[in-house]
Design a protein around this ligand. Structure first.
Ligand SMILES: NC(=O)c1ccc[n+]([C@@H]2O[C@H](COP(=O)([O-])OP(=O)(O)OC[C@H]3O[C@@H](n4cnc5c(N)ncnc54)[C@H](OP(=O)(O)O)[C@@H]3O)[C@@H](O)[C@H]2O)c1
Length: 369
């Protein structure tokens, strides 16, 4: 990293990724200067963060995000808010020539073609934070020689439970992820495996691979964070104990590495055994749906993302059952008329319409009595 401090803003500083990013920055105080911190609703935590890290400014809610992302003083912006909120600020930052550390996968699921084209046009780096994509990013030396991406999935809390168990799952059970402590939306997505579906689409856009060159393998220990296969059959994987501090730090200090928050030492002997298995697409049909929507392209993934997000919120509110999330999302995708080469405005229109229709569908056909 350059000798001068890297100037950074964090969108979603009060969330799971945001707070861990601040822990990394605290350890690397001499490397960073914080320009802005933005949260959604947690005013108290944002205030505490502001007192400690003394950013130039803070913002609560969506209104100030455009200002933060057009402040050219930033060298890099960590986009760590959840859901569709990430898209507009990411595009603004790109158009202002600011590099992006991207945790918010929905940005690429909604508008990957536009975001990646704009990043190329403005010469901006999009550095992945998601542990799987960070792993792939670390493994790739010469992308032209890579044949296949292999994304690992922990399988979530229902991996070895029956479909019946999943159908009757409570919110508490769905939020009890065995490996990762994350925000509620992504944790529910991990329980249905939709998170893997979103990650396949994210990988397609980030690395430019066709969907049939992106495989998913279930790996419950979450030690192998993902891998790539070169044309000659060599496979390179990135491994380590499950901790988001590492990919967050890698993304915001890239291309340099520092000790920072080092997780406890990794020992091959202690790990002893690594398991891998094929994903069960009958039990977790979300992954198949994501492949299908990804291949359709255009607004198909916008529709899938919006319907899934609304269904997840409804599940968290106790309005529907866990298994209904897939049924609702699939129904919305089946009914959607895909628009190709859409503009950002069209994407937001589709997103809004799908959300309204999903809420209506939930009210009429799925609400738990
Ligand atoms: N957590 C992980 O380990 C992990 C791993 C890989 C990828 N990701 C991705 O990273 C993103 C964030 O995940 P997370 O787990 O950190 O989620 P989270 O804990 O729910 O945090 C979400 C953040 O977004 C903020 N936010 C919500 N509404 C907002 C609004 N209207 N305007 C501005 N900010 C708003 C929240 O603020 P308040 O809390 O103040 O409302 C919070 O800071 C997601 O896209 C997720 O898929 C997360």
């Amino acid at each position: 990293m350059e000798n001068k401090k890297r100037k950074i803003s964090i969108i979603g500083s009060t969330g799971s990724i945001g707070t861990q990013a601040l822990e990394v920055i605290e350890k690397l105080q001499d490397k960073f200067e914080i320009i802005a911190l933005a949260g959604g609703h947690n005013k108290e935590l944002l205030q505490k963060q502001a007192e400690k890290f003394k950013p130039k400014y803070t913002c609560l809610g969506e209104d100030g995000l455009e200002k933060i992302c057009s402040d050219k003083e930033n060298d890099i912006i960590l986009v760590a808010c959840s859901g569709k909120i990430g898209l507009r600020p990411t595009l603004t930052a790109i158009r202002n020539g600011i590099d992006i550390a991207l945790a918010n996968k929905e940005t690429l699921v909604m508008a990957g073609d536009i975001v990646m084209a704009e990043a190329k046009k403005y010469g901006v780096k999009i550095i992945p934070v998601d542990s799987e994509h960070c792993a792939i990013h670390q493994c790739i030396k010469d992308i032209k020689q890579v044949d296949k991406l292999i994304i690992t999935a922990s399988g979530g809390p229902f991996l070895h439970k029956s479909v019946e168990d999943m159908k009757n799952a409570t919110v508490e059970q769905a939020l009890a992820h065995p490996r990762w402590n994350m925000g509620k939306k992504i944790t529910v997505d991990s329980a249905t495996l939709m998170n893997k579906g979103l990650e396949i689409i994210e990988a397609h856009h980030l690395f430019g691979f066709d969907y049939d060159k992106i495989d998913v393998v279930v790996h419950p220990q979450s030690i192998v964070h993902s891998a790539i296969e070169y044309v000659d059959g060599s496979i390179i994987a990135q491994i380590g104990l499950p901790s988001m501090h590492i990919p967050i730090q890698y993304a915001i200090t890239y291309p340099e590495r520092f000790e920072g928050i080092k997780s406890k030492s990794f020992s091959f002997a202690d790990i002893a055994k690594l398991d891998f298995e094929k994903p069960d697409y009958e039990k977790f049909p979300t992954v198949k749906l994501a492949y299908e929507m990804g291949k359709l392209g255009g607004t198909a993934t916008v529709c899938m993302n919006a319907a899934n997000e609304e269904a997840v919120f409804a599940f968290l509110d106790g309005k529907i059952k866990l298994y209904d999330i897939y049924k609702i999302t699939k129904k919305m995708c089946d009914e959607h008329k895909v628009i190709q080469n859409s503009t950002i405005d069209e994407i937001f229109t589709v997103d809004k319409e799908v959300r309204e229709n999903t809420k209506e569908l939930i009210k009429l056909q799925f609400a738990v009595k």
